[in-house]
Design a binder for this molecule. Structure first.
Ligand code: SF4
Length: 365
């Protein structure tokens, strides 16, 4: 897999999807040496079941471990330090990782209890946990989700779990963006496996999951986070740390040159049963018929951006979405399934940023 590649896989068998994506990315060849110490870094921000949209699903860990052990890699460690105010061990159990560690005989390191060393991160002194730095190959496993301070959070910010609590507090006093960018000059991401199953609309700690049923693979954390902005209807500039990381040489935001490899077509159906009241309020503006999860989730993110901009008003015609509209006529729809509508946005699925632009230009009461 190359730095400009973006791999996507859709579905609901998350463990198998993980294995397929890693197989396709040929991760074993990228790691090469079977003696390497491999660190798996999920997001265990707080003690919360992954279905709430905050933490990495255990199936991604299980799939990654099965893939790696199947290719002869035995030196695996899961590591994480939850946010200040949460005990990592509680979050570890809440996400069901205790069972995974037992089943696969893989150890877990609570980085809140680890020693740390100070490094020079492109002119900023930052302490990083020693066990995180001792890894030879780091697999970052963030959740794609919103964040109340940094707008989005994914690969770059997930590395904040590799620093001691004292540094996490200091990062907040510095406004997060700059220190996150500098931290990423110290901790290299060798592979990024993104949990885009049901990340939260706008809070790091979850509560309003948006079901997408998708897993993404990247080599470049900056490209990853730029893509995440697009998926959630933001501009890359809206999350300042991404551009700062690019300036420091961590990676590239050049989505126009990215090579997007979709391993299978979108699947699933819109998960109305799991919607919180807040997501339901946005969904009132949509009329879904057999919409794939990734398509519907993109529309929900787009509606949230339009809501932020004060552009959701009563009287707007509902936005049609889903396979049930193939060949049907209507007023306005998103996704190639609505191509026979008077106004239709192509794409399968279209990204939230494209939906925002399309609805701003075409949605009238
Ligand atoms: S355009 Fe149709 S087939 Fe494609 S993702 Fe959307 S609902 Fe699914």
């Amino acid at each position: 897999m190359k730095k400009r590649d973006i791999f996507l896989i859709h579905g609901t068998d998350y463990k198998e999807m993980t294995k397929q994506l890693l197989e396709r990315a040929n991760l074993a060849a990228d790691i090469r040496d079977q003696e390497k110490k491999i660190a798996l870094k999920p997001n265990l921000v707080a003690a919360s079941d992954p279905s709430h949209g905050a933490t990495t699903h255990g199936e991604l860990l299980a799939g990654t471990i099965e893939y790696l052990q199947g290719h002869g890699f035995q030196n695996l460690t899961i590591m994480e330090g939850s946010w200040v105010g949460e005990q990592t061990e509680r979050a570890f159990r809440a996400a069901g990782y205790d069972k995974i560690c037992r089943k696969y005989q893989v150890s877990f390191v609570d980085l809140q209890k680890d020693s740390s060393t100070e490094y020079n991160g492109a002119g900023m002194r930052i302490r990083v946990c020693d066990q995180a730095m001792a890894a030879d190959y780091r697999i970052n496993m963030p959740v794609l989700k919103g964040h109340c301070q940094t707008v989005v959070t994914c690969a770059l910010k997930n590395n904040k779990g590799l620093i001691p609590n004292s540094e996490k507090r200091r990062f907040h006093t510095m406004g997060l963006h700059k220190p996150i960018a500098h931290l990423n000059t110290i901790v290299q991401n060798d592979f990024i496996l993104v949990d885009n199953i049901c990340g939260d609309l706008d809070f790091e700690e979850g509560g309003n999951p948006v079901v997408m049923n998708r897993i993404l693979g990247f080599k470049d954390p900056v490209l990853c986070d730029a893509f995440v902005c697009d998926c959630m209807g933001y501009r890359t500039e809206d999350a300042a740390y991404i551009g700062l990381a690019e300036k420091l040489g961590v990676g590239s935001t050049d989505l126009a040159s990215a090579n997007i490899v979709c391993l299978n077509p979108p699947t699933g159906t819109e998960a109305k049963a799991h919607m919180t009241r807040r997501v339901q309020k946005l969904a009132q503006f949509a009329e879904a018929k057999d919409a794939c999860s990734a398509c519907y989730g993109s529309l929900i993110y787009a509606l949230d951006r339009l809501n932020d901009a004060g552009e959701l008003k009563k009287g707007l015609p509902p936005v049609a979405i889903g396979q049930g509209y193939r060949g049907a006529k209507g007023e306005i729809g998103v996704g190639s399934c609505t191509s026979c509508f008077q106004k239709s946005l192509p794409g399968c699925p279209p990204k939230a940023s494209e939906i925002v632009k399309f609805l701003k230009e075409n949605w009238e009461s």
